[in-house]
Design a protein around this ligand. Structure first.
Ligand code: SAM
Length: 255
């Protein structure tokens, strides 16, 4: 995820510190889908509003490395970012020719993202942000790229259901990109590492259950990138990357 100094997590651009997943009680990796009993009894919107309630940004504002590498090689079109946070990926997409929409459950994150886009001089018709609970089905339209960078949460998040539904909003010839934490950061506590199991990219791809008559999985791998830890130490972080392309002649739900 887009990280900022002095935070403690796992995602993020190669030159920035992590921001959350390493801290006990502050873990965005989340639980496996269906493990509702293990989720804290707090409404997801309240949890995330609390996370974004501080005076400063939670993330760095910079694009996630995987998104930049992959989307940078695609022809620009319409993009949808699931769990966009403070908008770093959407802003990058808009700056690189895409018309991008970011969705996030936190109205505060969405307001920050919109403000960051304004400050970056991006016209409102190139980058839009909507406060939306992705666990509730809604009319999303069709997109040439649907991306989810670190759509993880320590509170209720039916992630697989959301990602499967999102795949249905990829236009024929378009792409679905899912970037996730593939391992705990080096600074994570031993307990955290022991308690959390990170799905492999193959497991992530299998969970999407994409119809192979309709989809081609182009990338399914762990990518490593450099980061800086909370105490300034250099670190290598592992991201799970799944990129699938919907065949241009695919018809929705029945190839
Ligand atoms: C770990 S952050 C990643 C943010 C951003 N994609 C990035 O890479 O920095 C996960 C994001 O998912 C959002 N989120 C969690 N549950 C959600 C839901 N049900 N619907 C929409 N967004 C959700 C959170 O508010 C948070 O911004």
């Amino acid at each position: 995820m887009q990280e900022r100094a002095n935070d403690t997590a796992t995602g993020g651009p190669e030159d920035t510190p992590p921001n959350d997943a390493g801290q006990a009680g502050n873990d965005d990796h989340g639980h496996a889908d269906g493990n509702q009993a293990g989720w804290p009894e707090i409404a997801p919107v309240d949890y995330w509003e609390d996370r974004y309630s501080g005076s400063g940004p939670v993330w760095s504002g910079r694009v996630n490395r995987v998104l930049a590498d992959i989307a940078g090689a695609l022809p620009p079109g319409r993009a949808l970012d699931l769990g966009c946070g403070e908008g770093g990926d959407v802003i990058w997409l808009a700056q690189h020719g895409w018309t991008a929409t970011g969705l996030d459950i936190s109205p505060t994150a969405i307001a920050r993202a919109a403000e960051a886009a304004r400050e970056a001089g991006i016209p409102g018709n190139r980058a839009q942000f909507l406060a939306t609970d992705l666990s509730e089905p809604g009319g999303l339209g069709d997109y040439d790229l649907v991306t989810a960078s670190f759509l993880h949460s320590p509170v209720g998040l039916p992630r697989t259901e959301i990602l499967r539904r999102a795949a249905g909003h990829v236009a024929p010839g378009g792409h679905l990109l899912v970037t996730s934490h593939a391992a705990a950061p080096p600074w994570a506590s031993a307990l955290h590492e022991k308690e959390h199991r990170f799905p492999t990219p193959r497991e992530e791809a299998e969970a999407l259950a994409l119809d192979e008559r309709e989809w081609q999985v182009l990338v399914c791998e762990v990518r490593q990138r450099l980061a800086t830890g909370p105490d300034g130490e250099p670190a290598t972080l592992s991201d799970g990357v799944v990129l699938a392309r919907r065949y241009p002649d695919a018809t929705r739900g029945d190839a």
